[in-house]
Design a protein around this ligand. Structure first.
Ligand code: MG
Length: 159
């Protein structure tokens, strides 16, 4: 059996007149995240963890932000493509653990829906996905509410 681990990290800045999407779920907030795609920072970190586990470069390599095809892209579709790449290579996703670092909004009420959304895209049980939210105690760019950061780890198994 081959076991592979990967980690991912991403940041997007807040902007006005944008929707806030995190882990494939639309979150109510006065600001959204700026990006070429829907700027779902949590899915981007997760994609990088999954790609990293198989040494498949990163999300920007596969879905460049200079490519008009990915303008406004739904990150759930990008995640589905990454999961496909993993399955094509004979690997299964064992589990993934995501941390979202945001001062606001409060993400607690959205966590169950985020987990279910990711589990369904990744074709794994919900108890194999963890989504956690933390603040940075008002320190740094997340603490000043300039943006949101996310990090993720993923474990892949080749049976
Ligand atoms: Mg990103």
């Amino acid at each position: 059996m081959d076991i592979r681990i990967g980690n991912g990290y991403d940041v997007h800045r807040f902007a006005e007149n944008r929707e806030l999407w995190l882990c494939g779920v639309k979150v109510d907030h006065t600001l959204g995240l700026l990006g070429h795609s829907d700027a779902d920072v949590a899915i981007h970190a997760l994609c990088d963890a999954l790609l990293g586990a198989l040494s498949l470069r990163d999300i920007g390599y596969h879905f460049p932000d200079t490519d008009p095809a990915y303008k406004g892209a739904d990150s759930r579709v990008l995640l589905a493509r990454v999961v496909e790449m993993i399955h094509q290579r004979g690997y299964e996703i064992s589990n993934a653990d995501i941390t979202i670092i945001a001062q606001r909004p409060k993400l607690l009420p959205y966590i169950p829906q985020m987990i279910d959304t990711l589990a369904s895209i990744m074709h794994i049980a919900s108890d194999r996905i963890s989504v956690k939210a933390t603040t940075s105690e008002r320190l740094g760019f997340t603490g000043r509410e300039e943006g949101i950061a996310a990090q993720a780890s993923a474990l892949l198994i080749h049976p």
